[in-house]
Design a protein around this ligand. Structure first.
Ligand code: SF4
Length: 419
């Protein structure tokens, strides 16, 4: 448990034997937060040893799990990934590489997965391609990662994305690619470009930094403001703020400084911690802000409580006016595919109009980027994208039962929302 650098030091890594490895930084969207949920999961079954890492979420896994449990299956963790592992272990196919597509063929939802056995590494991405997965080369080795910035750290070269629906097998004979899953219309998550991915990554082959820059430029055209300085909410608002500034010719200033030694607010589990978190994570630069009309650029407004605190903080630092501009449309619906947005009841834009939100966060004006503007800024077509958290058009079926289970799992967050 904890940050990677704290959980793994060089000495521990040096003790790991073998020539192949998988690792996982868990961002929990399903299941408990406990060491039992830490991936990779490792099992021994009729196919031998299998380890698995999963990026994404399977909205129907709780239903499948209940069915398996009623048939006597035993689970050691609560996450959705173990359901797939059970399927692979129970499959009558003769090998892991045949069992995996056999199980995932009928699995709806988001999965970019890595399976490791003693003799092979298997990478597979769901046919809609919800979550990214990239393939790279490090000398004569292959590497696979969710984000290409991981390759930069180890001096590996980005080769290409693992395609939606593609399975790649890497073993002593080299790399083989196949497309064993039923093709679907692509639904690549655009929230990766808005907020989630690092700006130094290529996601779906496109630069995240460029996308955010274009979103900012487009935002300046769609939602202009009469102001003296453009200030980003760091770090994910920075590229959009530079874009806004270059388009509007209003000078860009780092009026908020982020403390890099604490995690991202959005990910923390309890509202009380989140509220406190804003204060220790951001600090206004008074000299820059005092007496100024400020355009504040943020990447999204989820619950509204963070934005409200930031607006207050900037106001207390002496800003004359605060115009909040958001580089995506209002977030009105939860994500069932691996991004931990809260229940609809906790999404401020699902409950309030833009003007009501403006009043709530105490800004002088508030403007969002349009859906069309956001899509065009990424250069990815609407036809290949998932934008369900902004338009509620989910690419897969989401049953009432799946929704109810999701809401129950996320209730803890709502109950903690005292502020
Ligand atoms: S619902 Fe939103 S966050 Fe989830 S996959 Fe779709 S675009 Fe991404």
């Amino acid at each position: 448990m904890g940050h990677v650098a704290e959980a793994f030091d060089q000495e521990r890594i040096d003790r790991l034997p073998g020539a192949s490895a998988i690792g996982h930084v868990r961002y929990s969207t399903a299941g408990e937060v406990s060491i039992r949920e830490a991936q990779p999961f490792l099992v021994t079954c009729q196919h031998g040893q299998i380890a698995v890492c999963h990026n994404g979420n399977l909205p129907f896994a709780p239903e499948a799990r209940r069915k398996l449990e009623s048939e006597g299956a035993i689970f050691s963790a609560t996450s959705d990934t173990e359901v797939v592992l059970h399927g692979v272990a129970r499959s009558r196919r003769p090998s892991v590489r045949e069992a995996i597509p056999d199980v995932l063929r009928d699995t709806e939802g988001a999965f970019s997965m890595l399976f490791l056995t003693p003799s092979e590494l298997i990478a597979i991405r769901d046919p809609r391609g919800f979550r990214p997965l990239a393939l790279g080369r490090l000398a004569d080795a292959w590497v696979v990662a969710s984000e290409t910035c991981a390759f930069d750290l180890i001096d590996a070269q980005y080769v290409r994305d693992v395609e939606p629906g593609e399975m790649i097998i890497i073993d002593e004979e080299g790399l083989r690619s196949s497309h064993p899953l039923v093709p679907q219309k692509h639904s690549m998550c655009l929230f990766e470009h808005v907020y989630f991915a690092r700006p130094d990554s290529l996601i779906y082959g496109q630069s995240v930094n460029e996308s955010r820059h274009h979103m900012g430029k487009r935002l300046a055209i769609e939602q202009p403001a009469d102001a003296d300085i453009v200030v980003p909410v760091p770090d994910s608002g920075t590229a959009a703020a530079i874009g806004y500034s270059s388009q509007s010719k209003i000078s860009f200033r780092f009026g908020l400084v982020r403390n890099h030694y604490v995690g991202r607010t959005f990910i923390e589990p309890r509202q009380s911690i989140r509220s406190f978190g804003v204060r220790i994570k951001l600090n206004p630069v008074r000299d820059l802000i005092q007496g100024k009309r400020v355009v504040l650029i943020d990447d999204s407004i989820i619950r509204g409580t963070t934005s409200k605190k930031i607006v207050r903080m900037v106001r207390e630092a002496g800003a004359k006016e605060i115009h909040l501009r958001v580089s995506c449309p209002p977030t009105i619906s939860p994500c069932y595919y691996g991004i931990d947005t809260p229940n609809k009841a906790d999404l401020i834009a699902a409950q309030m109009s833009v003007e009501e939100i403006r009043k709530f966060i105490e800004a002088d004006s508030l403007g969002y980027l349009s859906l069309q503007g956001m899509i065009e800024a990424t250069g990815i077509s609407l036809d290949s994208s998932c934008v369900a958290c902004w338009n509620e058009k989910y690419p897969t079926r989401i049953t009432h039962e799946a929704k109810t289970m999701w809401e129950r799992e996320h209730e803890a967050v709502s109950l903690g929302d005292a502020s």
